[in-house]
Structure formats: C-alpha cells, structure tokens
Design a protein around this ligand. Sequence first.
Ligand code: BGC
Length: 800
Amino acid sequence: MDNLNGVPVADDRVAESRMDAIEKGGLSRRQALGAMVSAALVPVAAANEALASSPRGKAASGPATKKAFIDDLIGKMTVDEKVGQLRLISIGPEMPFAQIVEEIAAGRIAGSFNTVVRRDNRPMQEAAVTRSRLKIPLFFAYDVVHGHRTTFPIPLGLAASFDMAAIERMARVSAIEACNDGVDMTFAPMVDISHDPRWGRTSEGFGEDPYLVSECARASVRGFQGPSPDRPDTIMAAVKHFALYGAVEGGRDYNTVDMSPLRMHQIYLPPYRAAIDEGAGGVMVALNSINGVPASSNTWLMQDLLRRDWGFKGVTVSDHGAITELTRHGVARDNREAAKLAIKAGIDLSMADQVYLAELPGLVASGEIKMAELDACVREVLGAKYDMGLFANPFLRMGKKEDDPVDVRADDRLHREPARAIARETLVLLENRNQTLPLKKQGTIALIGPLADSGLDILGSWSAQGVATQAVTLKAGIEKAIEGKARLLTAHGTNVLDDQKVVDYLNYLNWDKPEVIQDPRSVEAMIAEAVSVAQQADVVIAAVGELRGMSHESSSRVSIEMPGSQRKLLQALKATGKPLVVVLMNGRPLAIGWEKDNADALLETWYAGTEGGNAIADVLFGDHNPSAKLPISFPRSAGQIPTYYNHLRIGRPFTPGKPGNYTSQYFEEEQGALYPFGFGLSYSRFTLSGLKLSAARISRGQKLTAEATLTNEGAYEGADVVQLYISDNYASIARPVKELKGFTKLTLKSGESRVVRFEIGEDQLKFVNAELREVVESGRFTVQLGLDSRDVLEQGFELV
Ligand code: BGC
C-alpha cells in the first residue's frame, strides 16, 4: 500500500480504521489513505531552529530536572492544550492527514500510532515543534510485538524457546528497526496469560505459566528499551493488556473476566508486574471488565494496584476506543460520563476516540474534573515524552530528512540472520517415531498442504511491517536446503478452511484486502492429486494448521480441531504408507490426538516469521537440533479446557491407575493434557538423573540447592531445558499441584553430562495467602526436576 508520494505506509495493521470505518458506515482504507497527501510540509531547517529555541534543546537528566521541566511546561498550558496531550490518534479514516497536521499545529494531539514511515511522520513532528504554540513534540507508537520490518516467530513460539536471550535479541532488533522508521513506543510486550486456546490472542502472549511469561516480559522490556528508552535505537515498551485480558470468559474475545483476587495475584498479575519492575514506561489498559468493573474505569486497578502498590510511574493508555466503550459496558450514561470515569480511574492517554477531546474541557469547567486530576495525566504523558528523549530531540529516531530510506521495504533493512537463528529455537518436536527426522537430503520429497507456500501465514498476526513476499515459505526453505541433492514435489492438498462463511469473516475481519484465497477445486480432487504426488515420494511433509487470521484479535474459535479438510488430507496421506512428517503452523494449541497417534514425526512451528521456512528446513534436515518446549498445555479436546498444568489441588483428584469413580475427570476421554506444559523432544536423547537436595530441612532465611545430572545420550549435540517445579504439600490455602520456579537451557555434546543446580529459598516458596499478603509458610515441599512438567524426579524437604 503506497501513499501518493509512492511511499509505502503501514500495511497490515488497520484495526483502528476498521472500527472507525464500520462506525462511519464503511470508508475504505484506500480512500482514507488517499487523503494523506496534502501535508503542509515544514522545512527541516525551520524545525531544527525551533528545536534549538525550544524550552529544552539539550537532554538534561535526573528526576528533579524532569519534574521542574514538566512543572514549568504544565504551568504554561491552556486546558485545551492539556487535553490535547491526552489524545493518541491513529492515522486512517479517523481523520484526513491534512487535518491531522492542522490539529497537531493547534496543540490538540499528543501522538499517533500506525504511521511508520519517516516521510509520513516527519511533517507531523515538524508541525508540532514549529507550529504549535508550546512546541511539544509528538510521539509515534506502533504494535511492534514480534518484529517490525523483520517478523520473528509469534510470542507463543518465542516463549517455547525458553531462551530469554533470544527474546531479548528479538526485541532489540525490532526496536532498532522501529527506530529507523521513526517509531518511539511499542504497544508490547503482550503478557496476558491464557488458559483457553479458543482465545485467538493466545498466539500473541507467552503462554500459561506466570513464571515463564514474567521472564519473557522482562526479556522483552530489556530488549525494547535497552539501558534507557531515550536513545536513538531504543523504544519505550507499553506492556498490555492490563489486566487479565487472557481470562475472557469462554475464550471469547472482549468478554468479561470474573476472577478471585487470589487467582489474579497467583497466576495472572505477575507478568505485568514483572514488565513494570523491569522498567516498562507504559501500560495499555485492557478492554475487558474485571469483576463487573471495566478495566478502563477501574480505580482499584489503575490507582490502588498499579500506582500505589506497584509504584508504577509511567503513562497509561486506553486500548482502542475503550473509553467510549464504557457506555456499552453500561457503566457510563454517555460519553461525558465515560470520559469522567476513565480519567478519574487513571487513563492518561485516550486511544483513537474523541471522548477526552470533546468532554474534558466541559468537565474541567464544571469542576467535575479538578485541574489537578487533568494535570496528573498530562504529567505522565509529558513524562513519557521526556523519557523517550523527545524533548531533547523530537527527531531523535527519525533522523535527518536526507537520510530517509528511499525504499522502506528494501530487503537490506531486514535482519534475516537473527530471525532464522531465533526461529530455530522455537520449533517444538512433538513426535519422532523411528527417528523419521532428521530427513536426509536425498531421494524424492513430497511437500503437501495449504500452508506449505504461504508467505503471509508464516508471519502470524500482528506482524507489523512484515511483508509476505519477503518471508521464506516452508517450500522455499526446503528447496534451498535440498538444492541439487533431492527432488521436491508439491501439492496444495486442501484449503485450510472449507466454510465460505468463515473465510468471509476472516477476510472482512483483519485486513483491507482479502487474505484468504481459496483453491476452487473440490476437496476430493485436491486430495486425489496430493495422494498421487505422495505416492511418487520417499517421504511426505504435510504443512497444515490455521490461517494466521484464525489466531488473532477477534478470532475466537469454538473448536480447537484441525480446521476444514486438513485431517482428511492427512488421513489420505497416511494411507499411502509413506513416512508422514506433519509440520503444524498455528497460533494456539490444537487438539491433535490423531496426528499424535499417526504422524511419524510431528513438529509444532507456530508462525515462525520472515525466516520461518529456512528455520523449519534447518530442523527437518538436521542442520539444527530442536530444543523448544511447549509454553502452554495442549488439550485433547476443547471440552477439556482449561488444561493448565499448575492447577490447584482438589479433594478428589483423578489418580492414574486407580478406579476413577467419583474423582474429578471427563469420563469419555483420557485425563490430562495431550502434551503437557514444558514438553518437547530433541534428536538426541536427554536424561536427567540423580536428583539431590543439599538439605532435608531448612529454616527460614536459609536456602538449599537442588541438583541433578543432565546427560546427552544421543548421537547429536543438542540442547534441553531443565525445569524446576515446586509443590507446596500443605498450606493455609489450597496450593497448585506444582509451579515452575526456574529453568535452564543447556547445550551438550553427544555423550556429555553436566550437573544442573537450582537454589531454592523463600523467593521460590512464597505465595499470596487468603489475606492477599505474600507469605512463606513452614511445612513440606516437594522439589521436582524434569524435562517437562509431567515426567519429573522428585524429593521432599521441610521448611521449619
Ligand atoms: C488491540 C491492541 C493494540 C491496539 C492498537 C487494539 O485493537 O487490542 O493490542 O495495541 O489495537 O493497534
């Protein structure tokens, strides 16, 4: 998508325009962007001059300086200018570009999101720092979630790496690319814990476990913000969606959340806290309600918990249109009341709605909103701009006009090496019968399936500026890997979906042009062709799963089965008797019981990003030994949801091998997850042995060490993740059966052994009690070490 200067502009992310267009009766995105032409261009020299004479031409430091600077600025602001600083707009049908520039010049806009081209952003910044009365710079935000120009694997895949250095590197590279496009802030990391794979946004988060998700949150913030978000190559991280969005009832997006305070503190809140403790400068507030009170008007959430208890000092931003939605939640009579509730609860910036702009001046005039309340929000917005280094230099990230990239999509702007290296770490080997994998680069290989050659789907949702034609598909990756050595035959096999209504929904939902292109042939004809291709091959690779739009915002499913006719295709391929390697591409756990039992090898690849095809080929042909682990349990069926591993103890648990009557179970199906949290195989055989605790009993304040030996008994060098779980045997409240408290990923040569040690002290034993206080209680604990959450070595100790 180009603007009329021929410069590509934000492509895939048009959530803002979608919603506005719907509400305004269907303005197309192309029409909207066509309006972006007549920007009043201000020469850069003028901008720089203005900057030099601006209140703060040079970076200053220290909280006192920052406070004085902001106090001074607030003292000069009119109410309208203050309100303007609480307004985050999206570039799209909401407003034609020329009008946006005038609004900026009038001091009525704080920042924008979804413009990620310097040539588009520059005139806006120039209007702010040359034409607006107080010359307050704008900031530019964007959803840089798992990459920017380069797309890395989706967050669920990143979590599967159990490699925090890899996640930090992903965020670092993404920040560098975003900075090169003049982006100052990202709406990430997304750290919503999900226990319900029906929820499409499960793909965007890091899975089900509070410890793992918290570690991923920290690593992301470190990568995005670097040592400080005020550098030309760092961006501010706004953690989202605060809070509990992943617990929407029934996995249905935007639904309500009803949750006990204990569960909040034990499972869902820690990752947001971790991101904040790591220094995240922003918090995006969730769309859902929490125990009846929408997050966007939730004083307990934003004042008591976030600011008072957690000491958050940054900026809060509503999610898209969330303030207006307070009327739909039925807690505000009208927009005026919605604005009042939101600002009083603590929403600083309103995203993509006009409510603050329209209502706050009147509310201040009537005294319903005190000037101090308005100022408190303005202070946070200006503070964030200060922290992003924008008062020191509004063009910090945009740089000089003459350096603007000519081709923003040029391939040399991508970071393919880290994308491939990181993607390889995210692929989970679920089955490998008779050592089907790694494949030899010889003979004839059949690659079959609707996702085998899709550059779009392999990017996953929220792929920022990722470009489908720059993505290496699985087909391209395999072709390159076997070039000159083996023959590749291909067939489409089937469409991902058969139901036209669902296809239409996905096409309408996400993008401005249809993404789902259906092969018009009949299922039977496609499968017959696939079978004949398979029959000519030595081995069959089937690439199946979900379209990326199926694991996205507003993409909740009622079923987690393999969609459409893909299972039929797999069954037909299996019937050929050829070894069947199933490569899954999906953004949520799927119910893959049939594949588990029938595939000769099963590789979960999520959506592996720009270099996905190369990374998957690296694993299929043994150039890389897989080492990833599931960051979320895979249920057997949707009926079994939720299937998280760290559930509370109950009075009548199902015990394998014992009579099942009157125990907690579903009687038509085997119990427990199909694949447990933490599970993943390697081409090598890793064993863990000799668990030893340094003490059988410790007193408060003391620590003990748990150690075991990891051995690579296989023929290949490889890595495995040793996981530490702790189970509190009895306490003042029912405690989880086990909880992840540490992990370490080790690479061992064939035949090598290494001792792994974990320290256990109060940090690992504490929990939130019924009074919501963090406590450590004496008693018996079981330490478990394993290579997944189910199959563990265990030993007890006592805390006295
Ligand atoms: C999503 C947010 C996102 C925002 C801006 C909303 O629809 O819920 O996660 O940051 O759009 O793109």
